[in-house]
Design a protein. Structure first.
Length: 95
């Protein structure tokens, strides 16, 4: 008999229905698709869905805050960080 164990930390995830603004998710997915075509790679290699959901939920306002989002390590922040912050800035609620 084989038993598969899934740590509780991996079970916890955000879904797109939990994201406050579906427009942000749509913009992020469109950006990801465009970048994947430019770089000739699959969209998930730019950022996976869980990463996009984390960005949309956190709405980071700096590269340091963006790096705190799931899936956004230093290399990805260096490569895409400025573009992502510019993309989500118009959706920010700040006055």
């Amino acid at each position: 008999m084989r038993v598969l164990v899934c740590p509780t930390a991996f079970k916890e995830s955000l879904s797109t229905t939990e994201v406050a603004d579906a427009e942000v998710m749509a913009a992020l997915k469109a950006w990801r698709f465009k970048m994947s075509k430019i770089r000739h790679v699959p969209p998930y290699s730019i950022c996976n869905n869980k990463t996009l959901v984390a960005i949309a939920a956190a709405m980071p306002d700096s590269l340091a805050a963006l790096e705190e989002c799931y899936g956004m390590g230093p290399a990805r922040v260096e490569r895409y960080g400025s573009a992502l912050l510019e993309l989500i800035d118009p959706f920010r609620d700040d006055p």
